[in-house]
Design a protein around this ligand. Sequence first.
Ligand SMILES: [Zn+2]
Length: 601
Amino acid sequence: MLIRVHRVFVFLAVAALLAGSSFAQQADPSRYITDVKALASPEMEGRGDGTKGLTRAEHLIEKRYKDLHLEPGGANGYAQPFTLITGARLNNDNRFSLETGDRKQVLKIEQDFVPFSFSSSAHGGGPLVFAGYGVTADEFQYDDYAGLDVKNKVVVVLRYEPTGFAQKSGNHGMTQHSQLITKAINARNHGARVLIVINGKLGDGEEDLLTRFGSVSGPENVGVVMLQVKNAVADAWFQSAGKTLKKVQDQINSNSKPASFEFPEALHALLNIDIETTRATVNNVLAWLPGQTDDYVIIGAHYDHLGRGNFDSLAPSQIGQIHPGADDNASGTAGVLELARLLAPERGKLKRSILFMNFAGEELGLLGSAEWVKEPTRPLAHAVAMINMDMIGRIRDDKVYIGGVGTGSTFKSVLEQAQKDAPFKIEYSAGGYSSSDHTSFVTKKIPVLFFFSGLHSDYHKPSDTWDKINSSSAARLLDMIESVATQLADTDQPPTFQVVAEEKPSGGGGGGGYGPYFGSIPDFGQVENGVKFSDVKPNSPAAKAGLKPGDILIQFGDKPIKNLYDFTDALRRSKVGDVVEVKVLRDGQPVTASVKLEQRK
Ligand SMILES: [Zn+2]
């Protein structure tokens, strides 16, 4: 008996040892998928910023950290609260009517007209002017505003652009001039008070639909009142001028020449547009695993998604349905939780600490990570690297993408080591700038690694569901990431930050692309009135002109800059070699500089 008991004891002890040394360190696909399923469940309502669903997800994450006995890493316990703009809402009193002599036509909201969410609010009116497609395109010697006085007037324009532009630009598809924001900025810069867009000519089987309020993204306030009216409403105005909408549009397209005109003086618009910006306070969730020093490695992922769909939904007809965001980014969030479980037993053993981060506000512009680097809850100087996971749940054929490899001096050898037992075919890229949260850390010169399993047709749609997640491959990837994190936390030689030369942005045809090279890196947080530079590239035109990180750009040539849309538009309208007078605010004081724009390399 005794011997037998002894044998069993030995067997159990060996099994326990084995479990302790290797099995327990592996990520568990079934735990992982359980977390993905919970985060993507209907109860979480798609984790939209400012919704109860996001708060439920936040509580799930926080509870897990507590259960693992990780220390709070936020500003307020595990939480780091911050306020963001979630969108806009139409208030009750939105009115639009037309007067011709003693006749008054009252239009119905969302039936005859609808404002855009980025429109200014205003009360007033004015005479009407037709300005073609609302386009000023120097590169095509085409200007709908040429010889037209639109100051304080109501400007009526067609959506899209003259049919010849796409061909002239050498691009497939339409140029930047077709964008609603471009039209809005152009109208505002010409002094218009109101911009009215009409659909004009419709495609085969296409209905004359009004754009759903809030379904087009833009700045908080584009600086001009902007709305859409139905073709039938506008056609009556054309008839009062002895024309028809169809004939005028056909004429512009066949001649490639503007056909702008003033509507009869008797026609007068009266409107009241009342739009309210909606804001919410959301929380990043942070937990701290102490090591032997205060230096630390960051493991992060965003946990917010699109809720019931917003302007970023890629299934606009399904806005209103829950967008569960299983891959984007329940997959990365569950990854952080699984790594926290695997690493929690290492408390006090690793040379460096680990800071687990779950960001809110990513889908609205990397706002959670931008907030953290602006108000870091641990000293930035002690961060040795940031690992970001955004969409790691749809690994196909063992293909994995890893970005930021060039930003840390030791990343290549760390990844080589981590990859030894991993089954993946990996595509590496050097740069650390892309459309997820690690970008906020690159701007602070922290080395970053970004893990990603690729785009798919369910991206940003209600069909991004948990059952499509490849949990066994994701678990193997987490094993690899665990190796990366442990090496970075325990090595004698932490990586030093390296600048990676920017890859050439795509585009560049007429009106498209990014325009000439300026060399500033915008802050990804929401800044009111201007564009804040989080960094200025060495030797760039901006640097040569003496511009500095922290400067807020408010004027570019003769154009006011209120936001990134204005800056992008102004830059696109400039040419290589132009010398532009810019005005920035530095510590609240205006400073002017002359920037000579260069060719992008
Ligand atoms: Zn997303």
